[in-house]
Write a protein that binds this ligand. Structure first.
Ligand code: BTN
Length: 286
């Protein structure tokens, strides 16, 4: 992986071809400032201008094309790049979705990953995903999307179709969570034809819903919303997060198919979400 990012940084012209693994002592020093570049449509200067956050997005690493921003963010976090840093790409060639699925990430979308170092245990990780969903939904409301909804746990829906997915990954050392990587994929300035046929009925894009959006403004607004809600999380105001989530729930009150590893799936009624962010379902037999 170190080679992968070294090659990527070389390809992007951000470090000299002379540098190899052997002469790097402090990777954090090496990559200091690499994101201050302007890409085709993601401009770090536009995102940073007037960004009202204390730490989220203060360090931006912007790329034209990477395999997966989550993978890069994981690597960076293990090499001393800290809380609130954000990796953004205009295109991913190996975007990752939940349950080991791949994630379509063509040019025109917003593909980003945030590195967080919250002081939490495992049971609270799902709440970070729910909090991120709320931050995305609020951002979409701010740019004029009416009634974005959150399908448990982490799909953002507009008019019943998915517009954004979230992949949260924890980096652990023994039993301690060292970092949490939150990957967010927003189908922004894309048309439905940019997606494979099998996704076209279930996917929508911001462009389709409200016309072209300003990606940099959207990223900035999202980073601000995310920091606000992560602050609530850090202050243990979990009920406030859940209240915002419930207000926008797509799932509660509907019939859902419950799938669990190694057992048969079944239909149930989605009755609510627990304090831990789990979905509470009722089987037909009560
Ligand atoms: C899902 O709904 O399955 C989650 C999709 C998450 C996609 C984003 S795009 C940015 C980040 N990098 C990845 O490889 N995946 C996440």
């Amino acid at each position: 992986m170190k080679n992968e990012i070294l090659n990527l940084l070389k390809r992007e012209g951000m470090i000299s071809d002379e540098i190899d693994d052997a002469n790097i002592n402090d990777f954090a020093d090496l990559i200091e400032g690499i994101g201050r570049t302007e890409k085709e449509y993601i401009k770090s200067s536009e995102i940073s201008k007037g960004l009202k956050t204390k730490y989220v997005g203060k360090n931006l690493y912007v790329f034209n094309e990477v395999g997966s921003t989550n993978t890069i963010a994981k690597f960076l976090s293990k090499n001393g790049i800290g809380n609130g840093s954000v990796v953004i790409a205009e295109k991913q060639t190996a975007g990752r979705g939940r349950s080991g699925k791949s994630w379509e990430s063509p040019l025109g979308g917003i593909w980003l990953s945030i590195i967080l170092t919250p002081d939490v245990d495992y049971s609270k990780i799902p709440l970070i995903t729910l909090a991120t969903g709320v931050a995305v939904a609020k951002t979409l409301e701010e740019i004029g999307i009416e009634n974005p909804e959150i399908k448990w746990p982490n799909d953002i829906m507009v008019n019943g179709k998915k517009v954004c997915g979230i992949l949260t990954e924890a980096i652990t050392n023994f039993n301690t969570i060292e970092h949490v990587i939150i990957g967010v994929g927003i189908d922004a300035n894309l048309s439905i034809e940019d997606f494979p046929e099998e996704l076209q009925n279930t996917t929508t894009t911001l462009e389709r819903e409200i016309g072209r959006v300003n990606e940099n403004l959207l990223i900035k607004l999202f980073l601000e919303e995310l920091e606000k809600i992560i602050e609530l999380f850090n202050s243990k105001c979990y009920e406030d997060i859940l209240k915002e989530w419930r207000k926008r729930s797509y799932t509660i009150g509907k019939m859902v198919e419950v799938k669990k590893p190694f057992s048969r799936s079944y239909d149930a009624y989605a009755a609510g979400i627990s304090k831990e962010g789990e979905l509470i379902v009722e089987k037909h037999d009560g």
